[in-house]
Design a protein around this ligand. Structure first.
Ligand code: GLU
Length: 497
C-alpha cells in the first residue's frame, strides 16, 4: 500500500438505476471513510459495454449527491488516481493481463459455450462442483498461438492454484474457501476486455483501496479476487460484506418491493435525511433504542463491527415514519420550497415571474399563506407528495362533496341549515382583521352551546374542507379569511336547500 490513510470506494456498474442496496453500501463506505478521516471514491465499473448505459451512470451520480453522499475522488470530481471509469483504464488492465499470460499464470481458453455447458451439466449430474475442467490450460503456447492465428475465439483464464483461502471479514468474521471449488477463473474476454473479478482487483490496488465494503452477494467473488491479488503480488484489502437488504418476503429486495431508483423516492416525496437514517439502521443499531441519526451523528457513532450478520428487512412503513419525522423537523420556509413542485405538478399553483397564483381563481398568493397551511398539515403527511391532496381544498374555488355529509349524525337537515345561516350572520359581523381562530371561537360559543359542538363544528368543517377529516374548522377559517369562509358556508347552505 502506497499510503495508509483509509480509502473506501463504491464501484457501481451502470447497468441499472441506483437502488436502495447500492445506496446503502455507498453510505456505509462514505461514513466509514469520514469517521476515519479517509477518502471515499466513486468508480464506475462499465466494462460490460453492452449493458452499461450513461443514463444509469447519471442516475447513480444524481442519487448519491441527493442523499448527501459526496465522493472525494471519482467520476466528475477527478483525483490523483484518475481515470475512475473502467472503460478508460483498459491500458492498465492490459499490462497485467499480459504479465499473467507471460508468467504462465493465465492462458487462452478456446472452449465454446456449448462445450462449457455440456461439461457443466455432466459435472452437476455426477454431483460434482460445476467448475471449468482446465482443458485449455494443457495446450502448449505454440498450440494456443496457432489457434489464435487461425481466428479461433478465446477468452483468458487465470490458473487457480489449489489452496485454502482464509480471510477475516469485519462483519462476518473468519471466512474460508477451498479454491478447488472455484476452478480456473475467466478474467478477460480478450486483452481489451477485462471481466469484473480481474478489473476490480487491479483497480482496488491501483487506487490504493484498503477497505472493500460491499454487499454479501460478492462474498463468493472474494476468494477469486484474493488469488488474483496474490498472483500479482498485491496487498489484500480488508473486507467487510454487508448483509443483504431483504424484501418483506425475506428474499433479496426486488424491484417489486420498492422504487427502482433512489431518485424515484425523491419524486415520491421522501427526504434524503430520512433515507440516510433509514438505510443506516438497516442492519445496524447503536446498542440502545435511539433511532434518529443525522449524517453527522452516524459519522460519530456508526460501528461497522456492530453490523448484524443476517439480512435486514426493508420495511417501507419504517421509512415513512422517518420521513414524517424529518418533515416535521423542517423549517417552514424550506418546507414550502420542497412542497411547491408537488403543488405545481398537481395544477393547484402556478409560478409566473417569481409570483405564485392559484390555478382555480388566478388569485395571487404568498408563500407565507402556504406556510400557515403547512403548520396544520405537516404533522399529517408522511411524504411530500401527499401535500397536494392535503392542501387542495384550501386552493379550490368551489368544493365538491355530497351535501348529506354536512349533516352531523346527531343532527338533521333543518337544524344544519339553521346552523349554517346563523354562522354566516355571525361571521359577517366579525371584523375582517379579527377573523382569527380565537375570536371566531368566541363568536360561535353560544351557538355551540345551543345546538351542541358536533352540530356546529361538523357542518363547518365539511363546508370549509369538503372532508370528514381535516384540520380544525376554525384553523381553516382563519387561513381562508373572512370572505372565503363566508362564501363556502353559503355554498354549503345552498347545497342543502
Ligand atoms: N461493479 C460491482 C457491482 O456493482 C462492484 C462490486 C464490488 O464492490 O466489488 O456490484
Amino acid at each position: 500500500m502506497k499510503n495508509e490513510i483509509v480509502r473506501t470506494r463504491i464501484a457501481p456498474s451502470p447497468t441499472g438505476y441506483l437502488h436502495i442496496g447500492t445506496a446503502r453500501t455507498a453510505l456505509i463506505n462514505y461514513i466509514f471513510a469520514k469517521q476515519n478521516r479517509g477518502k471515499f471514491i466513486l468508480r464506475i465499473e462499465d466494462t460490460d459495454l453492452l449493458r452499461s448505459d450513461p443514463k444509469f451512470e447519471k442516475d447513480i451520480i444524481e442519487g448519491l449527491r441527493w442523499l448527501g453522499i459526496f465522493w472525494d475522488e471519482g467520476v466528475e470530481v477527478g483525483g490523483d488516481y484518475a481515470p475512475y471509469k473502467q472503460s478508460e483504464r483498459i491500458e492498465t488492465y492490459k499490462k497485467y493481463i499480459k504479465s499473467l499470460l507471460e508468467q504462465g499464470r493465465a492462458y487462452h481458453c478456446f472452449c465454446t459455450e456449448e462445450e462449457l455447458e455440456k461439461h457443466r451439466q455432466s459435472m452437476l449430474a455426477s454431483g460434482e462442483p460445476a467448475i471449468y475442467s482446465g482443458k485449455c490450460s494443457k495446450l502448449s503456447q505454440k498450440e494456443a498461438e496457432e489457434k489464435i492465428k487461425n481466428g479461433q475465439k478465446s477468452i483468458i483464464r487465470f490458473k487457480t492454484p489449489s489452496k485454502k483461502i482464509i480471510f477475516e471479514d469485519l462483519i462476518k468474521g473468519k471466512i474460508e474457501f477451498d479454491t478447488d471449488l472455484i476452478g480456473d477463473i475467466a478474467i478477460a474476454k480478450n486483452e481489451n476486455t477485462p471481466l469484473y473479478n480481474f478489473a476490480v482487483v487491479v483497480d482496488d490496488y491501483d487506487m490504493d483501496i484498503n477497505y472493500v465494503i460491499r454487499g454479501e452477494d460478492h462474498i463468493s467473488n472474494t476468494p477469486k479476487q484474493i488469488i488474483i491479488q496474490d498472483a500479482l503480488g498485491f496487498k489484500r484489502p480488508i473486507y467487510a460484506h454487508l448483509p443483504l437488504v431483504l424484501g418483506p418476503d425475506k428474499r433479496k429486495l426486488s424491484k417489486r418491493d420498492g422504487a427502482v431508483s433512489v431518485i424515484d423516492y425523491k419524486k415520491d416525496g421522501y427526504l434524503p435525511e430520512a433515507i440516510v437514517n433509514f438505510l443506516a439502521l438497516l442492519g445496524w443499531n447503536p446498542g440502545d433504542d435511539r433511532e434518529i441519526f443525522s449524517m453527522e451523528d452516524l459519522i460519530k457513532e456508526f460501528k461497522i463491527e456492530k453490523f448484524q450478520k443476517s439480512g435486514a428487512i426493508f420495511n417501507i412503513k419504517k421509512l415513512d415514519w422517518f420521513n414524517a419525522y424529518y418533515i416535521k423537523q423542517k423549517d417552514l420556509s424550506e418546507l414550502v420550497e420542497l412542497c411547491l413542485p408537488y403543488l405545481k405538478e398537481a395544477d393547484l399553483l402556478e409560478e409566473r415571474e417569481g409570483e405564485l397564483f392559484l390555478k382555480s381563481t388566478e388569485e395571487k398568493i404568498s408563500k407565507k399563506w402556504i406556510e400557515k397551511m403547512l403548520v396544520l398539515e405537516r404533522d399529517r403527511i408522511k411524504k411530500l407528495s401527499e401535500i397536494s391532496y392535503a392542501l387542495s381544498f384550501f386552493f379550490a374555488e368551489t368544493l365538491h362533496f355530497d351535501p348529506n355529509l354536512l349533516i352531523w349524525k346527531k343532527s338533521d337537515k333543518e337544524q344544519t341549515k339553521k346552523v349554517l345561516s346563523e354562522l354566516i350572520e355571525i361571521f359577517e359581523a366579525i371584523d375582517k382583521d379579527a377573523f382569527v381562530e380565537s375570536s371566531i371561537k368566541n363568536s360561535i360559543a353560544h351557538l355551540a352551546e345551543n345546538y351542541g359542538n358536533g352540530s356546529v363544528y361538523w357542518p363547518l368543517r365539511v363546508a370549509l374542507s369538503g372532508r370528514e377529516a381535516s384540520p380544525g374548522p376554525l384553523q381553516i377559517a382563519e387561513i381562508l379569511g373572512k370572505e372565503k369562509t363566508i362564501k363556502r358556508v353559503k355554498d354549503a347552505l345552498h347545497a342543502l336547500l
